[in-house]
Design a protein around this ligand. Structure first.
Ligand code: 13P
Ligand code: 13P
Ligand code: MG
Ligand code: MG
Length: 365
């Protein structure tokens, strides 16, 4: 136990309604019940249950630190209970993201996505939690770069003396299971060389140069765990804001540009990441286009005051309009790259079987 607060966001897709487009309210209610019991027992300070598309999002505050076994077990048991409900209702892909039958001390490597951070709550602690559907963890690379390293996005990097020194990015190589840190602005060219390849090099955390944690993202990739396509990883991201960190508006600003991410239809297509209000986070067209929501909270002694639905703002209408235009444009490519992912990136492919079937028909040219 520690005096510091831990914020844990743990998510999983345990069944879609209808198809992969959204979530049934019974799953939300079941999750709330489980977390409410844990709060009554004193395990959690506070919690909020929500969803983005077909992904169930557990937002929890507590005093047990990151990677705490009891908190991960609570999340796991909650997902298992929700899976039971999903099975009763025959929802689509019930238990989709739960890749194991038994809990082994952490949900990491078992399917759910995790973003956690432990810190001392400041005098005022504004936090934005981003949650996405039909995409994958690399989707945060571009916005995180803009928030913490791009002065054209974040005025505070220029204007605020407490931010002028820049930030440290922790980047994970998810193929090689290695991590590296880059100190910015000094190393932004090195950083960009890696994080531009967002399938492999994923920003997991951002720190101020005095060591204070500013952002934490989920980096779990289901296909790398399961060895085959099982669903997309639909990532989450926590960003602390204001007073020596980027302002809430600076943190939201990159999403006014609907950048291209992977993960649309069958996890196998590129599409624009559309920022939407909570009620619009139901990717239906071609199972998309990919969505992101932003839930704002003020922490108050660990209590989650909120959420504020931060993309529920007409100022993001143009990004949504543009996303629809890009969606139309990309959809016209049908099964052609670059709408469809490159062969090496296709996780849900018939190519292996097709190659075997046609093997004998290939002749030297
Ligand atoms: P199935 O209909 O075979 O599940 O595949 C489509 C899909 O939704 C991929 O997740
Ligand atoms: P999810 O990863 O959100 O379940 O989407 C799966 C899919 O293949 C949609 O087409
Ligand atoms: Mg799904
Ligand atoms: Mg999903």
């Amino acid at each position: 136990m520690t005096d510091r607060i831990t914020l844990s966001v743990i998510k999983a897709d345990v069944g879609g309604y209808v198809g992969h487009s959204s979530i049934h309210t019974d799953l939300i209610e079941t999750a709330k019940e489980k977390l409410s019991n844990a709060q009554e027992k004193g395990m959690l300070i506070d919690f909020h249950v929500t969803r983005c598309g077909d992904d169930l999002e557990l937002i929890m505050t507590h005093k047990h630190g990151v990677d705490a076994e009891n908190i991960h077990k609570l999340a796991w048991n909650t997902f298992v209970a929700c899976t039971e409900v999903a099975k009763e209702l025959k929802l689509y892909g019930a238990g989709q993201d739960l890749l194991s039958d038994a809990f082994t001390g952490t949900v990491k490597g078992m399917g759910p996505g995790v973003a956690e951070m432990e810190f001392e709550e400041r005098k005022s602690e504004p936090i934005v939690i981003f949650m996405a559907d039909k995409t994958s963890p690399g989707a945060w690379n571009l916005p995180l770069y803009e928030i913490f390293a791009d002065p054209f996005n974040t005025a505070g990097l220029v204007i605020d003396p407490t931010m002028h020194d820049g930030f440290i990015f922790e980047v994970v190589d998810v193929y090689e299971h290695k991590k590296i840190t880059f100190s910015c602005p000094e190393e932004i060219y090195d950083l960009l060389m890696f994080i531009g390849a967002m399938r492999r090099f994923i920003i997991r955390a951002v720190y101020r140069k005095d060591g204070m944690i500013a952002a934490a993202a989920s980096t779990q990739k289901l296909s790398l765990i399961a060895g085959k396509y099982v669903g997309k990883d639909d990532p989450v991201l926590i960003v602390r804001c204001q007073a020596g960190l980027p302002a809430v508006g600076e943190v939201l600003e990159p999403f006014a540009f609907s950048h291209i991410v992977e993960g649309w239809m069958r996890g196998s297509h590129h599409g624009p990441l559309m920022p939407v209000a909570f009620y619009e986070a139901n990717p239906s067209r071609f199972d998309g286009p990919p969505r992101v929501i932003a839930a704002g909270f003020q922490l108050c002694n660990g209590k989650l005051i909120g959420p504020r639905d931060l993309f529920d703002d007409p100022a993001f209408d143009e990004a949504r309009r543009k996303a629809n235009e890009i969606a139309d444009y990309l959809r016209h490519h049908g099964p052609f790259e670059p709408h469809r992912l490159g062969l090496e990136d296709l996780e849900y492919t018939t190519m292996d079987q097709l190659m075997k079937k046609l093997e004998g028909r290939f002749q030297p040219e």
